[in-house]
Design a protein around this ligand. Structure first.
Ligand SMILES: Nc1ncnc2c1ncn2[C@@H]1O[C@H](COP(=O)(O)OP(=O)(O)OP(=O)(O)O)[C@@H](O)[C@H]1O
Ligand SMILES: [Mg+2]
Length: 837
């Protein structure tokens, strides 16, 4: 191990004035381009939709052939739909970004000689930053001081093992260039595995090595289950649209209709069929969910995680701080004979005091327990803590009668610490050989402490020659066992209740901890959590992935597992088809937070954990998480409503429109009327994300089910078409409708049925027993009213409408009532059959 390299420069950091200058010059330390440019780009991206482009081109062509008014109206309608969609989605996006800012990763920066905790995007070249284990490296920088400083550069180099970095003055070859394997350079996107350092920033934002490859990294995120679902749904719709459009086009051509108009009609039909509001509905529901979560003190970094929360059926969690209070207190310090012994405390204190790597709450508890003067000791070296060894050693020295003495002090997981010892120290301080009898006493003592619910660390030491100036892992042998430090970390009162609530909502909770079995069992008993099975890290190590997969289902306690094993457990659960959440706060949790479908961390977590998580709890409370799960399911419910509307009623309408072209001597609706119909329908749906979802729809994890959507479509769609044909028949037979009367009548009927059916479809219950959101009622009724009034306004001739006879509204009322009643019957039949399967 490399020992401390002293600071060559005592750089006090930049002055605030200098920082302001540099911020103006270099901009924020961010990978993404500025928002302003993005707005325009985002808006223009809406026009990438081929249907939108085709419509605009087609309307230009139709303007050229004489129909200027029609072309202008089509262009206007298209523009309005695009803007409507964009504004909603953009506002949602901004709200999500503001939320994410609340949990921005910060760095410890030295400016004007004082330390500040600042968001990383505030940093400028020249800033002095202090780093310790678990931190993310905020920009490309030079190391000026290092202390057993190891970083993980996997994101840049793909090299999974930590590499050591040293201060320039101590590097074998100080480098002037930014080379990834330079010993004295660290790079944005890597993380500190152990040790500490002081760095001076050289390059920020997109000038960093990461910034230069950021575009290629951006594509790496795997799609969530929900995104895969939406994509498959889009494909289904696309196929249906294609068939229908082709069909109408062929019929119209066969009937020798005007080509351009037929083409426009077919394209308008395609627009009518496309659930173009789906992305908007998804992002708005998600943002609304995120804002409601924020009120509960949960910050959602990646909005789609809310959906994953709704789908999640297994939650894995570590123990400390989640199930326990994380107010850890040192309760006892006992020697091998079980007697309280100040020498044990002194050794533990030395170790915690000089440990420079990852400080854990256990260290804090030791340091807070007593004030011990360590002034006589100086630190020589350290073997930093890691989650494989589960221990930390410090090498310290003090003056003694003859010269000086050097001592290695180890503290860590008791099983391992005891294994490293050949001697033990009794109450008088004498060092005795650790024979079988002594070993049995020590193990019994340890077991006893565990039984009482104590978290226990073993403490051991040995003297080394003064010439010994580096400490390495292999020095941790032939130690003298000093005793145990025993801590209490009381279970959280609210945790048991939260776990029961989750179980009742169909989410299995599994505990995945680096701590030992006895302590964890004790916590479970106190919380009233039944233990269905236990696996230890040793068991997991002995299994291949198949064997692990076969076991993960029944086990709800995984103990003494290391970070890689935690990750394997998550992978095994995912492979079994579960949607897995992971809650954790340490360096050891980062890989699992990344692998899980939804990673959840807490505000006090180390940077790497916060970075890997999709959601941050500002208050570590499992009950809030249960709320989040319900929020996710609510979001899913509202998106589903939109999809069920789009596939049943909307699709039914467009289907009858296509079919009607075969029987009518004219187009059943003008292209622009179809587009207007679609726009009005969209407007009625804007408030859908605000809608309530019935309690029974929140009872279970929610997942995409294409079979469900298809069957629903096949049940409700035909009812919609049936009533279209009844209208069609009545208009021709009873009203003797000519072209424009027919189109006007059908336009009004189709809007009314299509929009009002939401009140039947939005609930599984009798629609009168489930209260819809006020805005949804207002927008729906408003749109239907607008459609009815439109034919009587001066706009009517431009839109090809004619005023309707009063009797038509009588017919409409009868048809509408019968339609809604029949959809309700169809719906009830559908859900009854669904329950039987
Ligand atoms: N500061 C420390 N010094 C020595 N040993 C430590 C220290 N911190 C942790 N350990 C050892 O490493 C083990 C694993 O660490 P830790 O308990 O933090 O893991 P975890 O998986 O995060 O567990 P938890 O579920 O309690 O959060 C501990 O049980 C303890 O034996
Ligand atoms: Mg932990």
């Amino acid at each position: 191990m490399n020992s401390t390299t002293p600071a060559k420069d005592l750089n006090p950091g930049l002055s605030q004035a200098e920082v302001a200058l540099r911020q103006a010059q270099y901009g924020p330390n961010r990978l993404k381009p500025g928002l302003e440019r993005a707005v325009l780009v985002q808006f223009l991206q809406q026009f990438r939709n081929p249907l939108v482009l085709i419509l605009l081109v087609a309307s230009v062509v139709s303007a050229a052939t004489g129909d200027v008014a029609g072309a202008v109206i089509i262009a206007l309608i298209v523009l309005m739909s695009v803007t409507l969609d964009f504004v909603q989605a953009y506002r949602a996006g901004r709200a999500a970004e503001r939320l994410a800012l609340q949990v921005a990763v910060t760095a410890t920066v030295l400016r004007d000689g004082s330390q500040y905790e600042l968001p990383v995007f505030d940093l400028v070249p020249g800033d002095v930053v202090l780093l310790s284990a678990g931190d993310l490296i905020p920009a490309d920088a030079r190391v000026v001081q290092a202390n057993d400083f190891f970083v993980n550069q996997a994101q840049l180099t793909g090299e999974p093992y930590p590499v050591e970095k040293r201060a320039s003055a101590f590097a074998a070859a100080p480098s002037a260039e930014w080379v990834l394997d330079a010993e004295d350079a660290v790079f944005m996107g890597s993380s500190v595995v152990s040790g500490s350092a002081r760095i001076v920033i050289g390059r920020i934002g997109s000038a960093t090595a990461l910034g230069q490859i950021a575009d290629s990294l951006a594509t790496a995120a795997p799609p969530t289950a929900f995104e895969i679902g939406t994509r498959r749904f889009g494909l289904l719709i696309m196929r249906l649209t294609f068939l229908l459009v082709l069909f109408t086009l062929l019929v119209n051509v066969a009937l020798h209709r005007p080509l351009l108009e037929s083409f426009l009609f077919a394209v308008a039909l395609a627009v009518g069929l496309t659930p173009e509001l789906l992305p908007m509905v998804v992002s708005v529901t998600l943002t609304r969910g995120a804002l409601r979560m924020a009120a509960l003190k949960v910050i959602v970094k990646r909005p789609s995680a809310i959906q994953d929360m709704g789908a999640m059926d297994v939650l894995c969690t570590d123990k400390t701080g989640t199930l326990t209070e994380a107010r850890i207190r040192l309760e006892r310090h006992v020697d091998a004979t079980g007697q309280s012994n100040p020498n044990v405390l002194a050794l533990a204190y030395l170790n915690s005091f000089f440990e420079s790597g990852l400080k854990s709450p256990l260290d804090d508890a030791i340091l807070q327990h007593a004030e011990i003067d360590v002034g006589a000791w100086t630190k020589i070296d350290e073997v930093p803590f890691d989650f494989e060894r589960r221990r930390v050693s410090v090498l310290v020295e003090r003056a003694a009668e003859q010269g000086s003495e050097r001592r290695l002090v180890v503290k860590g997981a008791p099983e391992d610490v005891v294994r490293l010892c050949t001697h033990y120290q009794d109450a008088s301080g004498a060092s005795l050989p650790l024979d079988e009898a002594a070993h049995a006493t020590i193990v019994a003592l340890f077991d006893g402490l565990g039984e009482e619910g104590f978290r226990v660390l073993g403490i051991a030491w040995k003297d080394v020659p003064v010439s010994h100036s580096h400490a390495v892992v292999s020095d941790e042998t032939e130690m003298v066992f000093a005793g145990f430090a025993a801590f209490l970390d009381p279970p959280k009162a609210s945790a048991g209740q939260a776990l029961r609530a989750m179980a009742a909502s169909g989410v299995a909770v599994k505990i995945v901890t680096g701590d030992n079995e006895r302590v964890t069992r004790h916590v479970c008993t106190e919380l009233g959590v039944p233990i269905t099975g236990v696996l230890t890290g040793t068991d997991v190590a002995a299994m291949n992935d198949d064997a692990l997969r076969a076991r993960v289902e029944d086990i709800n306690l995984f103990c003494r597992v290391n970070p890689a094993q935690k990750n394997r457990i998550i992978l095994a659960l995912k492979a079994r088809g579960h949607v897995v959440g992971y809650l954790g706060d340490g360096i050891n949790d980062a890989p699992s937070l990344h692998t899980a479908d939804v990673g959840i961390s807490v505000d006090g977590a180390v940077d790497v954990a916060k970075q890997a998580a999709a959601m941050i709890l500002l208050e570590n409370d499992l009950m809030v998480l249960h709320q989040g799960i319900l929020e996710g399911r609510r979001t899913f419910g509202n998106v589903m409503k939109y999809i069920m509307m789009a596939t049943s009623s909307n699709f039914g309408n467009m289907f009858s429109m296509a079919a009607a072209t075969m029987f009518l001597p004219f187009l059943p609706m003008l292209p622009l009327q179809i587009l207007l119909n679609n726009l009005l329908y969209d407007v009625s749906e804007i408030s859908l994300p605000l809608d309530e979802v019935d309690a029974e729809d929140l009872a279970e994890p929610k997942r995409w089910d294409m079979g469900f959507i298809r069957n629903f479509m096949l049940t409700i769609g035909p009812i919609s078409s049936l009533f279209d044909f009844l209208t069609f028949y009545a208009l021709v037979q009873m009203f003797n409708a000519h072209e424009s009367l027919f189109r006007t009548g059908w336009f009004v009927e189709s809007i009314a049925t299509q929009v009002l059916v939401i009140f039947v479809i939005r609930t599984r219950r009798n629609p009168l027993r489930s209260t819809p959101n006020r805005w949804l009622v207002l927008s729906s009724l408003g749109v239907v009213l607008a459609a009815m009034v439109l034919p009587f306004t001066p706009l009517a001739p431009y839109l090809g409408f004619t005023s309707l006879p009063l009797e038509f509204f009588g017919l409409l009322a009868v048809l509408l009532g019968a339609y809604l009643a029949m959809v309700e019957l169809g719906k009830q039949w559908f859900y009854r059959r669904l329950r039987k399967v």
